[in-house]
Design a protein around this ligand. Structure first.
Ligand SMILES: Nc1ncnc2c1ncn2[C@@H]1O[C@H](COP(=O)(O)OP(=O)(O)OP(=O)(O)O)[C@@H](O)[C@H]1O
Ligand SMILES: [Mg+2]
Length: 433
């Protein structure tokens, strides 16, 4: 039998039964704890692999992570280091593993010997029968794989094994991302010092300005990560555990467990939305221009108007804090169009020239008294003034041209490429993941 994505588990005999729930729960909590306390990536990923094997009663397990074709980590469980060294590299990107990495989906196989994707084993590799492999993804990128083989007693992997291994692969992705961020922060600090050494006094002020801009964005990114990843992982584990409990507890307590699960699900949604406010995930996932297209599509949909976007990939280098400002201003200006303008048509234009990037958002709606909104200090409407402050925070400027009955034009100019060369070259367009 082959190519089976087992979603319904075979009933297990007493002897084959997985460890009792509380123990499994403790192991999952262990994994969560390790995520926030263990700083060494190899040790952490080895721990996850061990826990995955223990939770699913698997004899063998392995995990590898690659960064643009370069192997970052490869850990194994169930064989000695000598055996692992003899086998050498992680599996190639052909056959079963290639398919898994390309398609980015979990694969469960009940008999590897019959499976046409099995392309044979390298020398010294043990022969294996049952298999569960899942991708490790950061955003939309598959960066590695966590896979297990030979579940105890020869039975196939089941639904709960898949859930557990997918949760651990998600935690492994978080660990990898955190390690990358730490490395980038160290590089940023080193570059800032190098910059101060390199440039004369005149540029030091500018360098300090950009360092502060950068530091503020990194702090927001760090907070967003902690909320999204660490809290998110913990809540996900609680939800997973509650789902198991819902099936195991007696009917009298099911309702309470369900309520617990729903509360955890609400807390998870709240955590994700807070993280999103701190740091726009779309920028990480698709980049600035596609993210602006998404905003425009969304506004067209909710505002019932046509929104044209004219924006090629910017030919200038943008540092991440500047990208965030452009994105946030596009978001606020477009939201205002949808909420207030009663427009039929709006347009978004992004242009880069002479070291400046210009974003223009225009609508043919009812317009408003822009001057009084910008000058007013008292009412609760903050969007337009915040846009102007954001522009200033990265050395840019924002102009709002509008009159009642005459539509609205928001123009943002921010330094890009040449202008903040003191830092844009040094920090490049690198985005903290
Ligand atoms: N594109 C637009 N077309 C028409 N009126 C607009 C437009 N943009 C802003 N306005 C007017 O300017 C006011 C202030 O906008 P601002 O974005 O500062 O606050 P808000 O959208 O009301 O609230 P928030 O603080 O949530 O953004 C709006 O209430 C609206 O009357
Ligand atoms: Mg607004």
């Amino acid at each position: 039998m082959c190519d089976v994505r087992v979603r319904t588990g075979a009933r297990r005999s007493e002897a084959e039964a997985a460890p009792a729930l509380p123990h499994r729960f403790r192991l999952l909590l262990d994994a969560n704890l390790a995520l926030s306390t263990e700083r060494d990536l190899d040790t952490l990923l080895r721990r996850f692999t061990d826990i995955a094997c223990e939770l699913t009663s698997s004899r063998y397990g392995a995990l590898f992570v690659e960064d643009i074709g370069t192997l970052v980590t490869f850990v194994t469980h169930g064989m000695t280091q000598e055996q692992a060294d003899l086998i050498g590299e992680p599996p190639s990107r052909t056959g079963l593993h290639g398919q898994l990495l390309r398609e980015g989906r979990t694969v469960v196989i009940n008999n590897l010997l019959d499976d046409p994707r099995t392309t044979g084993y390298p020398p010294f590799h043990p022969v294996m029968r049952t298999f569960l492999g899942t991708p490790i993804r950061v955003g939309s990128r598959v960066v590695g794989e966590l896979y297990l083989a030979d579940k105890n007693g020869g039975v196939g992997f089941d639904e709960s094994d898949v859930e557990i291994v997918e949760a651990l692969a998600a935690a492994a992705a978080v660990a990898y991302r955190n390690a990358t961020v730490v490395r980038m922060e160290q590089q940023s600090a080193a570059r800032a010092w190098a910059l101060l050494d390199m440039h004369g006094r005149g540029q030091i002020d500018e360098a300090l300005f950009w360092s502060q801009v950068w530091a503020r964005e990194e702090e927001r990114a760090r907070l967003a990560r902690e909320i999204h990843d660490e809290q998110g992982q913990l809540l996900t584990s609680i939800i997973l555990f509650a789902k198991h409990l819902e099936q195991a507890v007696n009917p009298g307590t099911v309702a309470q467990v369900t309520e617990l699960r729903q509360l955890a699900e609400r807390a998870l949604r709240a955590a994700r939305s807070l993280a999103q406010q701190l740091r726009p995930m779309e920028l990480d996932e698709v980049g600035l221009v596609p993210a602006i297209h998404r905003l425009a599509d969304h506004v067209a949909q909710i505002g019932g108007l046509a929104v044209d976007v004219v924006a090629g990939a910017p030919s200038v280098e943008l540092i991440y804090p500047v990208e965030v400002v452009i994105y946030r201003i596009a978001q606020e200006a477009l939201t205002n169009v949808a909420r207030h303008a009663k427009a039929h048509v709006a347009s978004v234009t992004v242009n880069a020239r002479d070291g400046w990037l210009t974003l223009v958002i225009e609508d043919d709606g009812i317009g408003f008294d822009a001057r009084s909104v910008l000058d007013s200090r008292t009412d609760g409407h903050l969007g337009v003034r915040t846009m102007r402050e954001r522009a200033g925070s990265v050395g840019g400027e924002l102009v709002v041209e509008s009159r009642p009955g005459a539509g609205t034009l928001v123009r943002l100019r921010v330094p890009a490429g040449e202008r903040p060369a003191a830092l844009s070259d040094q920090f490049s367009a690198a985005t903290p993941p």
